[in-house]
Ligand binder design. Sequence first.
Ligand SMILES: C[S@@+](CC[C@H](N)C(=O)[O-])C[C@H]1O[C@@H](n2cnc3c(N)ncnc32)[C@H](O)[C@@H]1O
Length: 370
Amino acid sequence: MPERSEGTAPTVLSVGDHVLILIARIFPAMLPWAAKPTLIAGSTLTAGPGRRMTKYTDFINYHLSMLIDETRTGAYRQAIAQAVKPGDVVVDVGCGSGMLSFLACRAGARHVHAIESEAVIEMARLVAARHEFQHRITFYHDHSFKVELPERADVIVTETMGTFGFEEGIIGSLTDARDRFLAQGGTLIPHSLALFLVPVELPKFYEHVVDFWVNRCQGFDFSPVRALTVNNVHPLKLHEGTFLGDPARAEDVRFTDVAHTEIDADCSFRVTRRGQLHGLAGWFDAALTPALRISNGPRERASHWGLAFFPIDRPVVVERGHRIEVEMRSGGNGSSWAWNVTVNGHRFEQSTEKGSPPSRTEEPSIRKKR
Ligand SMILES: C[S@@+](CC[C@H](N)C(=O)[O-])C[C@H]1O[C@@H](n2cnc3c(N)ncnc32)[C@H](O)[C@@H]1O
């Protein structure tokens, strides 16, 4: 990943900008601002089934950003080429644009069951129709939990990893698919996933994303928003100069035998330099095959994923040798997170449950159905 400085105010980007950034990584001269620190608009914590995509261009651009991410798509291409043998039955959970299903066909799959809950599946059908392998793919426009298949699969593949690994519901989706669709001795891609956390100093980012809300904007008091934003997870790019300690491997999940969807990723850190603690940065490292990993960690090749920033309510000055204790919990199959941070006699209890206004749970469309 290109090293970036956290020295200037981050830029808020749209999905289209995000696509341009990926292009700019390939042709750096095209977009000089793409080298600046970035806040990625639209947390991937809301990605996956249920995400609100109102316009088809949202689907096209979202999937474009993943398709042109060679770190991601190239790793899956290699993993599928290694795992899928001619004659295999493959299940693609969350097929999106269809790319992984097409790669499985190219590897010789006898049949691919391609499952997708969102309307992007129509894009996959359109593309499949351009190829001779179209008759080897059956598309299911539904959530995988609701799909029944006529046969068991030799390989189940899914790319439903969020910025912090689990927030797109991969544990629930993959374990359900494992139990109902996988043949004895079959292969899961990925077969395991680890989470990493590190304490970080991010003064500019914190000022921009959190403390912006305490100042009046156009003369109006937006201060209630601050309590929401410190209870949200923010995707961002950062470099190792922001670290206040060594990264910790906080959790390891083996999809081959995990039986729960909740994560307890507790860890502790020894501070390695003086600074201000603004929160934690997190990322995942997934094993696609025994020989192939993919990660959005700060030392890895650039990808469309940023890292996940978990802010604390107030910055705390820390000295070399201080200890930071972290309790990190997920609920709702990765859709909600709580992070408690204890440092120098301070304790912060942040949670995505506190990250949206109460009215979000009382939407008129939901009330009407009751
Ligand atoms: C990150 S995208 C990847 C798309 C495609 N597999 C690729 O690699 O380009 C994940 C897709 O999976 C879908 N998805 C996630 N979990 C799912 C599930 N359990 N059942 C059906 N679709 C799911 C989402 O709607 C989204 O389109």
